[in-house]
Design a binder for this molecule. Structure first.
Ligand code: NAD
Ligand code: 3PG
Length: 389
């Protein structure tokens, strides 16, 4: 029986997706965690913990170095909530351009007897602009950014994209009409709207700062539905006060931006739709079962992708540091134990590597596993037995 522990509201569709040999929330000493935005930095990683799956995109709530040192693979569910975020971003573009928030507040407060006369006299204060013909800079053109680029293009906007790390696969999903900017400065230079869709990390923290805002056109609208801290709130407030920025729309509230007429804050609801939550939870359950049962690694954020058909009777998976002679030491040890390797695959990502070794003869298992674990720089060794299909 595999033990799974969940944090946050995980959609029932995902919980129901687990096979009968998976037990949910019966122990803290779980094989895998299924989570959303819970902050795992203070979390004690039990030795038994082999995998963490973040249902959703952002994984800045997980200390990857601690997970790796514990031999824990971390995954996310790319794209599972991208459509939900796209729809919210488009809603916010329109809300900003048509002054919807202040207009609705006005209408709610305007309850006198002469309501229609006053409305017709005063409504000009809510005159807006149309999005068609305006320029949107999309910073980060991954799962969310590409969808935003498509939808904005469909609304008649000119879209400029900036993403120096775009994967070849993701590049297929960007509309051909999106203009590729070589630098962040080029992307925002003529933008009426700037929308960020990058992960939060040391490079992207405060990537929208006072210096960059000063290079944006007067009256720009900034949207941040990626993470708090990617936009420097103090810089935005100063630019709003100076009239350089017209509005700031964000999913991430902080005291300094609340209660401003020119800022609209939503409570981190970008991925909070019925469909996105179900997508993420089902994809998350699939990811856990695939990794625990086959050792194959797909959509990990701390391990290299490695997928090998599980054809032999046994499989050893070894997570280790990416340093010379690891594969050599492992193969030598297997040979010394008289084990014939049917197939051996290895892949590396930054300073972490992962090996999958398939064999049909595995005698003296306990002793062999002990010896493999004694190799310096090995994080985790697992022995899997192929299950009848
Ligand atoms: N508000 C929400 O509820 C919500 C929901 C989903 C995602 N998000 C956030 O949005 C982010 C993007 O989500 P996604 O699904 O599109 O992820 P993604 O990984 O598919 O796309 C992120 C893109 O950003 C690019 N990138 C990374 N660093 C960059 C940099 N310095 N400059 C420009 N581009 C850079 C990457 O190459 C990638 O293409 C997530 O990391 C998460 O933080 C928020
Ligand atoms: O990164 C994400 O996927 C979003 O921020 C959604 O977070 P949530 O699952 O906590 O709503």
């Amino acid at each position: 029986m595999y033990q799974i522990k969940t944090f946050n509201a995980i959609a029932q569709a995902g919980l129901d997706h687990f096979k009968p040999n998976y037990a949910l929330n019966q122990t803290d000493n779980a094989d895998a965690l299924l989570i959303r935005s819970v902050d795992l930095h203070p979390y004690h990683f039990p030795q038994a913990l082999k995998a963490i799956v973040r249902c959703g995109a952002g994984f800045n709530n997980i200390p990857l170095d601690v997970a790796t040192a514990n031999g824990t693979a971390v995954f996310n569910t790319p794209g599972s909530n991208a459509n939900a975020v796209k729809e919210l971003v488009i809603a916010m573009l329109i809300t900003a351009s048509r002054n919807l928030f202040s207009a609705a507040k006005y209408a709610a407060a305007n309850n006198g007897a002469d309501i229609s006369t006053r409305t017709e006299r005063e409504k000009t204060q809510f005159n807006g602009t149309e999005l068609a013909g305006k320029t949107l800079a999309v910073i980060g053109v991954g799962h969310v950014g590409a969808r935003v680029a498509h939808a904005a293009g469909d609304l008649g906007m000119h879209v400029v994209g900036y993403d120096p790390y775009l994967s070849a696969n993701d590049a297929w999903h960007i509309p051909t009409t999106t203009v590729r900017a070589a630098t962040l400065e080029d992307a925002i230079a003529h933008a009426d709207y700037v929308s960020v869709h990058v992960p939060k990390n040391t490079e992207t923290t405060h990537m929208i700062n006072a210096e960059l805002i000063a290079k944006m056109p007067q009256g720009v609208v900034i949207l941040n539905f990626a993470r708090g801290g990617i936009v420097d709130n103090h810089a935005v407030c100063e630019a709003l006060d100076a009239g350089r920025v017209k509005r700031y729309m964000t999913d991430f509230g902080d005291p300094e931006i609340l209660d401003r007429r020119d800022v609209l804050v939503t409570p981190h609801i970008g991925g909070s739709t019925e469909q996105a939550e179900a997508n993420g939870a089902v994809q998350g359950a699939e990811t856990i079962m695939n990794f625990l049962e086959t050792g194959n690694v797909v959509h990990s954020v701390n391990l290299p992708t490695l997928e090998v058909p599980f054809m032999s009777q046994y499989r050893l998976t070894i997570m280790h540091q990416n340093i010379p002679n690891m594969v050599g030491q492992i193969a030598t040890l297997l040979a010394k134990n008289d084990i014939n390797i049917e197939s051996m695959s290895n892949a590396a990502r930054d300073n972490v590597a992962y090996s999958i070794i398939d064999t049909n003869n595995l005698q003296a298992q306990a002793d062999l596993l002990h010896q493999l674990r004694q190799i310096n720089a090995v994080y985790r060794v697992r022995l899997l037995t192929r299950q009848a299909s």
